[in-house]
Structure formats: C-alpha cells, structure tokens
Ligand binder design. Structure first.
Ligand code: NAD
Ligand code: DAU
Length: 379
C-alpha cells in the first residue's frame, strides 16, 4: 500500500484527483490535508472519506508541527501538493495571502518531507533519500506568462509570471527546483492549462457562467472577450499527475494541456447554446433554472437563454492575452494524452451542475455574494 499526502483536496482539482486515485488503484492510501478555506468544501469529499483508504485532516500546509505529526503517523511515500490560493482576481486584491500559502506553504511541505525522508549522506555531503519517495508540485501554465497569437509554452519557455497568483506559483516552482539542486530531493512538477469539470468553484469562468445563466443573471466577460485559454477536462489532468508521480523522471517538469484553445467569448457563447440545447432536448433540466418564466404553452420558457445575457465589463488588471501548452514531452515520455474532447467535456460538466445545484448552493452560501458584489458591481 503506497501512502499519499494530498494537500488541498477539498478543492476542485485535488478532490477530482482523490476520486480518480481511489477508483483507479486498490493499493493507495490517501491522507487529505486541507485548511477548508472558502474554496474547500467537506461535502465535496464526503463520499471519499467514507472509504477506509482515505482520511481527512483539517489544517494548514504552513503548520510545521501538524505536517511533521502526519508524516510520523502515516509514513508517506508521496506528497502531491494541490493546496493553494488559486484565483487570479483575488490575488490582485490580496497578494500577500497568495505568497504566504503558495510559497511558504510549499517550502514548509518540502522541509518536513526532507526531514522525514532523508536517511543519510553521500561522499560529497548530499543527503540520501528513502527509496521510492517523491514530492510532486501541482503548478500552472501561468508561470510562463502570456503568449501572442502564435506559439506554445514548452518546458524550456522561461518563467515570466505577471499576476501575484502566477508569481507565487512560479516562486514555489523555483523553491521546489532549489530543493532538487541543493539536496537532490526526488521531486517532479506539472504545469497544466485551465481545467474545467465537476466541483469547480463558481468564481472561475465556466462554473460562474453556468450559475449565472441558471439564475438569469448577466454574464460578465472581461475586456473584449478575446483572451485565449487552453481548456482541459479535470480528469485528464488527474491522469497526468498520477503518471508523472509514478513514472515521471525525477527533477523534471511536465507541461499538461489538450490543445483546446478558445477565446473567453467562445466559451461563454458555447456554454449558453449548450445549456439551451440540453433544456430543449430534455425539459426536465429546466427545473434547475432559478429564473422561472412560464410561457403561453404552460411550459417553462427558455427563450431568454441567449447571447443577450453577455455583458462586457472592465478588464482584469494585467490580463494575460493567451495561454497554450505544448504537451509533447509528457506524450512522448509517458504516453499521456487528453481523452475528453471539449464538446463532450462541456456537456458532462453542465450536466453535473444541473444535477448538483445543492452543491452549488452549499459552496456559495458563505461570503460568495459579498465577493461577487465587490468584484462585479460597478465594474
Ligand atoms: P481550489 O482553489 O479549488 O482549491 C484549493 C484548495 O486548497 C482548497 O480546498 C483550499 O481549502 C485549500 N487550501 C488553501 N490554502 C490552504 C492552506 N494554507 N493549507 C491547506 N489547504 C489550503 O484550487 P484548484 O483549482 O483545485 O487548484 C489546485 C492546484 O492546481 C493549485 O495549486 C493551482 O495553482 C493548480 N492549478 C489549477 C488549475 C485550474 O485550472 N484550476 C490549472 C493548473 C494548475
Ligand atoms: O491556466 C491555469 C490557471 O487557470 C490556473 O492556474 C488558475 O488557478 C485558474 O484559476 C485559471 O486561471 P484563469 O485566470 O485563466 O481562470 P478564470 O476562470 O479566472 O478566467 C478564465 C478567463 O476568463 C480569463 O481570461 C479571465 C476571464 N473571465 C473570468 C471571470 C471569472 C471573464 O471574462 N469573466 C469572469 O467573470
């Protein structure tokens, strides 16, 4: 049985990773460490922590004593670090929290793992490591900065972050690489493009748009909507991380992306038309609408679900124009590829949200409305 510390797994990608791992492997034990910030939700992982191979601990990755105790108790073979402040817009409002969690949290995990895993010294004074252990850092394509109309991010692209969020993630990557170079620590890093899928918090573009359409609210598109993101279904990202942790070369960075570039305006229009079509084909879905208008035929009217809902709002400060990943390395070395076509993934995602309105209510019941008003009113 391999023992994993999975941090931040009450959030979007980490929770999908836990579900993926429990389903895929019989021989893994997972300990989730999550501080349950606004982005973490126990309901998201409730069914997973019922499993006897999965445990939950509420706590901060910056808490050295707690992480030390967890290492002593569970004798981890792997650390997979998802825990982070992850929203660019929030980083523009409160950069310090991002530096604290994303950089110092990462450094704390590395340090505790180092103490637990080092078992001696070689002739040159470098630490030697318990066999089979690995620290994996879940990073992002945003560390590379922004592209113009052409080209792709490869692993050789220089790091050039622009937002406080991406600067904190880039710094964390550099700390991970410093532990590799200085202590020969067995580490890997993945840098993935934008994910979408179930359990995505509705502050990010796709789930926010779905939520607003169902409520009949305006759909805020930053600037002119021409910024490009490279969307990947979350399960494909989880598969990539599993492959890299188990078979990736030590010390290496792997880019992860599915060659699915779309402008934000395309994403919003596609989400509108897909929801409308699903509700035309299956009127039972109309029950998920918060805005209920009954037509002359006695049916719930959906004619208002159209592009008129789109509203262009003030642009994000320092808004990166385009991200696009070249995934050749992970494809050639590990045989990874993106299995979910965007046309299928977006339908699966919308269907999940239509069927899980209770989850949306739960995760937006706290400060969400306040956040939304601060971020979007008078924008
Ligand atoms: P998320 O915001 O949905 O989840 C983050 C989780 O981390 C939450 O459960 C939160 O409670 C937890 N957390 C925050 N601070 C913590 C702390 N100090 N200690 C312990 N737990 C803490 O984020 P996500 O979208 O799932 O992203 C996960 C990771 O993947 C992040 O490192 C992010 O940078 C990276 N990433 C995200 C994307 C994407 O499209 N969402 C793409 C590439 C990489
Ligand atoms: O590229 C990977 C990154 O993707 C991850 O590292 C981040 O954690 C994740 O949040 C995501 O960052 P983005 O800033 O690209 O995602 P977001 O969903 O916030 O925005 C996607 C695009 O949509 C971006 O160009 C901004 C725009 N946008 C976003 C929101 C929330 C809008 O036009 N309107 C909105 O209301």
């Amino acid at each position: 049985m391999k023992s994993y510390l999975v941090t931040g797994a009450a959030g979007f990608i980490g929770s999908n990773f836990v579900k993926y791992m429990l389903q895929k492997h019989d021989d893994v034990k997972l300990v989730i460490l999550d501080a349950l910030t606004y982005a973490g939700n126990l309901g998201t992982i409730a069914s997973d922590i019922d499993n006897e191979r999965c445990f939950f601990v509420k706590g901060d990755i910056c808490d050295c004593g707690l992480v030390d105790d967890l290492f002593a108790e569970y004798k981890f073979d792997y650390v997979v670090n998802f825990a982070a402040e992850s929203h660019v817009d929030r980083s523009i409002e409160n950069p310090q929290l991002f530096l604290q969690t994303n950089i110092l949290g990462t450094q704390n995990l590395l340090d505790v793992a180092r103490r637990a895993w080092v078992n001696g010294k070689d002739k040159l004074g470098y630490p030697t490591w318990r066999k089979g252990v690995r620290y994996h850092q879940v990073s992002t394509d945003e560390v590379y900065g922004a592209l113009g109309a052409e080209g792709y991010f490869t692993e050789a692209t220089p790091i050039c972050p622009h937002s406080p969020y991406s600067a904190s993630k880039a710094s964390a990557d550099m700390v991970v690489q410093a532990y590799r170079d200085t202590y020969k620590m067995p580490v890997t890093i993945t840098r993935c493009s934008n994910n979408y899928g179930p359990y995505h918090f509705p502050e990010k573009l796709i789930p926010l748009i779905i939520k607003n359409i169902l409520a009949g609210k305006q759909l805020p598109v930053y600037g002119d909507g021409s910024n490009v993101r490279d969307w990947l279904y979350v399960e494909d990202h989880c598969k990539a991380i599993d492959m890299v942790v188990n078979s990736g070369r030590e010390g290496e960075v792997y880019n992860v992306g599915g060659h699915n570039e779309k402008t934000n305006l395309e994403i919003v229009k596609l989400t509108i038309s897909t929801i409308r079509k699903m509700m035309e084909d299956n009127p039972a879905y109309r029950k998920a609408l918060k805005k209920q208008v009954v037509g002359a035929d006695g049916q719930i009217d959906i004619s208002w679900i159209n592009d008129d809902l789109i509203t262009f709002v003030k642009d994000r400060l320092g808004h990166d124009q385009r991200y696009a990943i070249d995934p050749t390395k992970i494809k050639n070395e590990l045989g990874w590829y993106s299995e979910t076509r965007f046309e299928d993934g977006i339908v699966k995602t919308i269907e999940w949200y239509l069927n899980h309105q209770d989850w949306v209510e739960q995760v937006t019941s706290g400060d969400y409305q306040k956040y939304y008003d601060e971020m979007y009113s008078n924008r």
